[in-house]
Design a protein around this ligand. Structure first.
Ligand SMILES: NC(=O)c1ccc[n+]([C@@H]2O[C@H](COP(=O)([O-])OP(=O)(O)OC[C@H]3O[C@@H](n4cnc5c(N)ncnc54)[C@H](OP(=O)(O)O)[C@@H]3O)[C@@H](O)[C@H]2O)c1
Length: 283
């Protein structure tokens, strides 16, 4: 039986892993939430790795408040960069394979084609820069790593765009949603399946991968699709980002190319519409 440590154990992605862990009976999953394991506390990490044997660590812990990060960059870097570094160091010492999750926001969004793993990151906000620094630490410290960049996560857990839209549709008759940021919404449950498939396969194809559901749309189009599948009557107006000011700049285009993970691990890349329909079925 292989033992898998999951950090950030109460977060959205970790909760999705919990939902499907019973499909993987050869693995024992140990979840640590932020109060049980603070990944910025090197001593805590050392003690945990010394007193337990882990085969894998899935790092779902992160500072994910994209706008707030502009106001507290030190904390964002501490969690997303230094925390990732501490986990990589402990993983190297104890021969643990590390799966780390990163983001489409490492890109500046100036391209017009899906970003591949070879494309040059150039973050335009603090969150993206802190996540990129985390990737670099892991790559320089630990060979046995998988870094998976993903985008626009939603699920039944935590706070996400789908849940926000559904809540707004209960409270309002009309909303404005930006239509000039293009990306790929991704059901976090599909990402959880992809991660566990990588662990189950246990090959040595370490490195950087992109995973998202397929297809590219704006937040506005995604909002209209959500209201349509959930039968919500609300007037949605498209607006440019210039009319919806946020603390953090966001990439105009951040679609990820997912061929590498699909080929290497036979991971299914569902279209975003299929994934959204499956999400509806789970409600
Ligand atoms: N959500 C998205 O749209 C999205 C898009 C692209 C990539 N990603 C990446 O995907 C991964 C999973 O995201 P998610 O949506 O599951 O995020 P999430 O729901 O915000 O979960 C992150 C978890 O990390 C915990 N955490 C924060 N600081 C910590 C620390 N110092 N030590 C240990 N745990 C800590 C949080 O706990 P508290 O809540 O108690 O602080 C939270 O439970 C992250 O790496 C994120 O950067 C997310």
């Amino acid at each position: 039986m292989k033992t898998v440590l999951v950090t950030g154990g109460d977060g959205q992605l970790a909760s999705c892993i919990k939902d499907i862990e019973s499909n993987y009976l050869d693995f024992k999953f140990i979840y640590k939430n932020a109060s049980e394991l603070d990944i910025t506390n090197q001593e805590q990490i050392r003690n945990l790795f010394e007193s337990n044997h882990f085969d894998w660590c899935i790092n779902c812990a992160a500072y994910t408040a994209v706008d707030k990060a502009e106001a507290e960059p030190e904390l964002a870097f501490k969690i997303n960069a230094e925390g990732a570094k501490f986990l990589a160091e402990a993983s190297r010492k104890h021969k643990v394979k590390l799966i780390h999750i990163s983001t489409d926001f490492v890109f500046d969004g100036n391209e017009t084609y899906p970003y591949s793993e070879q494309d040059r990151p150039n973050p335009i906000n603090v969150y993206g820069a802190s996540k990129l620094q985390g990737e670099k630490h892991i790559e320089s410290i630990l060979k046995e790593h998988f870094i998976i960049r993903t985008s626009w996560l939603y699920s039944k857990h935590g706070n996400n765009f789908v849940k926000t839209m559904l809540k707004l549709s209960q409270d309002r008759d009309k909303i404005n949603v930006v239509n000039d940021q293009i990306g790929s919404p991704t059901h976090a449950l599909d990402l959880a399946h992809a991660i566990l498939k990588i662990i189950n396969k246990n090959n040595n194809a370490f490195g950087l991968y992109h995973f998202s559901n397929q297809g590219e749309i704006s937040w506005y189009h995604f909002a209209t699709a959500i209201f349509s599948v959930f039968n919500r009557k609300i007037n949605v107006q498209p607006i440019p980002s210039s009319k919806y000011k946020t603390l953090a700049k966001r990439p105009r285009y951040s679609v990820l190319e997912t061929n590498k993970i699909a080929t290497e691990f036979q991971v299914e890349i569902k279209g975003w519409k299929t994934a959204l329909a499956e999400f509806v079925q789970l409600q």
